[in-house]
Design a protein around this ligand. Structure first.
Ligand SMILES: *Cc1c(COP(=O)(O)O)cnc(C)c1O
Length: 386
């Protein structure tokens, strides 16, 4: 029963819909990440800002010592504002604008993860104009599939991301000819919501092959960055509120052959923040259709788009009712047929005014909100502040 997990009396007085973040769970999660990563020499963990850039969430993550993985100039700004040291910021993305590259250069960020030769040339040119040298890593497309939703797999040859493996030596050589970039590492990211450690193992094997190949050419790599992608249990947010970071880091420790002095970087997003957040929404109407019952709520896909975008499952709980369960379609108010959070799920008997918690919504929730239908953006509240 969800009742008891949430401070319902406090939540009742806040204008819905809104995000509610359990900061204690976030801190526990971060402690676990540090504990498991620190067991292995050379492991460095960054947080993928794009999962959730709420300033209060960022501050807690920065306090835990993680670096920041950014995919836009706006995210670099958000990281700097949250106090992440610029030397712990990495900047990825297939389409970096000049102003974004300049921003990264001005802040002397740790590394640009470069996705094409034209991009490398532009970074070199912009760095030269500032009399600087940019540290660059190449994002390689490892052609490793991930057993996840097709829209969130990124490491296949057909995806737009990264540089093809067969071009690896060519781009490294190119970098060595350019005066204002310094090649420091290789970068990979195979997708998101990955729960099968075998997928990460496949990436390790690929990295090992590529490193062997580079060694033959006497090319040394300082940093290997394997991206993020560790999934969470959307079905059991209460039972498995902290992802299995031990299995995740141990897989890399066992399977990826780090050379001496190398560091191994991770960029975790979802696994850090997803379980600490819930979207809290109020039931507006119960509509009895001919075939089924609808719980019409005041949150829509403008507040949480994952179900509409990826057919994603989020557990939904009525946090104010203990009556017997009944089946409902939980739908939002937006004028689109895809504005459905769940179909035919069991909820404790629900009436107008009941608050529902849409669970595991801390990642790719608040940050993806839009103002379609001229709606207000949802506010995020921290459990230790209300
Ligand atoms: C999105 C992304 C991540 C984080 O992915 P999660 O699945 O949230 O862990 C890490 N690195 C890159 C390059 C990304 O684009």
């Amino acid at each position: 029963m969800a009742k008891g997990l949430f401070p319902v009396d406090k939540l009742k007085s806040i204008q819905t819909p809104f995000y509610y973040y359990d900061t204690e769970l976030l801190r526990q999660t971060l402690r676990k990440i540090n504990e498991e990563a620190n067991k292995h020499e050379g492991f460095v963990v960054h947080y993928a800002i794009k999962a959730n850039a709420n300033p209060k969430i960022l501050r807690i993550i920065r306090e835990a010592g993680l670096g920041a993985d950014c995919v836009s100039g706006g995210e670099i700004d958000a990281s700097m504002k949250a106090g992440f040291p610029s030397g712990k910021i990495v900047f990825a993305g297939v389409g970096k604008s000049d102003w974004e590259i300049n921003l990264g250069l001005d802040y002397d960020i740790f590394c640009f993860n470069v996705e094409s030769i034209p991009e490398l040339e532009v970074i070199n040119e912009l760095a030269a104009a500032k009399g600087k040298t940019a540290r660059v890593a190449f994002r390689l497309n490892p052609n490793v599939g991930a057993h996840t939703h097709a829209n969130i797999t990124t490491g296949l040859a057909e995806n737009k991301f990264g540089i093809a493996m067969q071009d690896m030596e060519k781009v490294i050589e190119e970098a060595e000819h350019l005066a204002n970039v310094k090649f420091v590492g290789l970068h990979f990211h195979i997708g998101s919501q990955i729960l099968d450690m075998g997928d990460f193992e496949a990436l390790c094997n690929r990295v090992n092959e590529l490193q062997d190949q580079l060694e033959k050419h006497h090319i040394r790599v300082e940093h290997i960055n394997v991206g993020g992608g560790l999934g969470i249990d959307y079905e059991h947010p209460n039972r498995l509120s902290i992802p299995d970071f031990k299995a995740y880091f141990d897989t890399y420790a066992k399977k990826l052959k780090l050379r001496s002095g190398q560091t191994l970087h991770f960029e975790l997003g979802r696994a850090v923040v997803a379980q600490c957040g819930s979207l809290i929404t109020k039931t507006l109407y119960i509509k009895e259709g001919a075939l089924k019952k609808f719980a019409i709520v005041d949150a829509g896909f403008t507040d949480l788009i994952r179900p509409a975008l990826y057919q994603a499952y989020h557990k939904i709980e009525n946090i104010m009712s203990e009556e017997t369960k009944e089946a409902y379609d939980v739908v939002g108010p937006i004028c689109e047929s895809t504005d459905v959070f769940a179909k035919q799920i069991d909820l404790n008997k629900t009436k107008r005014g009941d608050l529902l918690a849409i669970r595991s919504a801390g990642a790719y929730g608040e940050i993806m909100a839009s103002q379609y239908n001229c709606r207000k953006l949802p506010i995020g509240y921290m459990s230790d502040e209300i």
